[in-house]
Unconditional design. Structure first.
Length: 203
């Protein structure tokens, strides 16, 4: 039996503003208010696992225990076919520089890697999201969402966050970076995982 969430406030175990805004907007329609681990000054645990679900579990359980309330974590990233699924769980790491995250650099490097292997077009890729809802007693529920598409160049659009300007979802002419936040939030990997979460853990 899937455990239900019955509160009207939920802790979201993320330090990523872009993600938080999307998750808050998704919950808004259901009357659930979200607070983030960053707002509560909770520490950012190290993501030492090699899978999305493993890292989502680390973040969700750490926050649920620290705040003694249920917590939702999102671990996500892009998998690119011609790069054998990279960057995958290392999507955020590809943006790391000595002075913090630089996604223009990450997108430029990603494109250079695709050119280097002479990847045929379209350069198929998937955005993936794993959501873990964890309770302080150690129970958790896991939900996933995938949005297939292609990596495009040059970057297009200044909406969204992360790798949005180089990801064009299948069935659309715009990149995630060109879509307004409502549009992206209807079709994204995160929206798809969220729908599964609502079916599983909410009434
Ligand atoms: O919708 C998205 N649009 C563009 N890029 C995205 C998206 N969703 C994930 N991404 C990228 C950003 C980050 O480089 C990585 C997630 O890494 P991930 O560890 O799950 O998140 P994070 O470190 O940014 O925040 P936190 O761990 O505190 O939730 O994938
Ligand atoms: Mg992270």
């Amino acid at each position: 039996m899937t455990r239900k969430f019955t509160g009207d406030r939920l802790l979201v175990a993320t330090h990523n503003r872009g993600k938080l805004e999307e998750i808050a907007q998704l919950f808004e329609a259901f009357g659930v208010e979200v607070i983030s681990a960053a707002d509560l000054n909770l520490p950012e645990p190290e993501e030492t696992e090699t899978t999305f679900v493993g890292n989502a579990r680390i973040k969700a359980h750490a926050a649920a225990k620290a705040a003694n309330m249920p917590a939702l974590a999102d671990d996500s990233g892009i998998t690119i076919d011609a790069l054998d699924g990279a960057p995958g769980v290392y999507t955020a790491d590809w943006a790391m520089t000595p002075t913090g995250r630089d996604f223009v650099k990450a997108m430029t490097d990603t494109w250079a890697k695709l050119e280097a292997v002479n990847a045929p077009c379209p350069r198929k890729a998937q955005f993936r999201c794993t959501l873990v809802l964890a309770w302080p007693d150690g129970h958790d529920e896991v939900f996933e969402g995938v949005m297939p598409g292609q990596v495009v160049w040059p970057m297009r659009g200044d909406q969204g966050h992360g790798y949005d300007p180089i990801f064009q979802p299948d069935g659309f002419d715009q990149t995630f970076g060109e879509m307004d936040r409502w549009e992206k939030n209807e079709i994204s990997h995160r929206a798809r995982a969220f729908r599964n979460l609502m079916h599983g853990c909410f009434k």
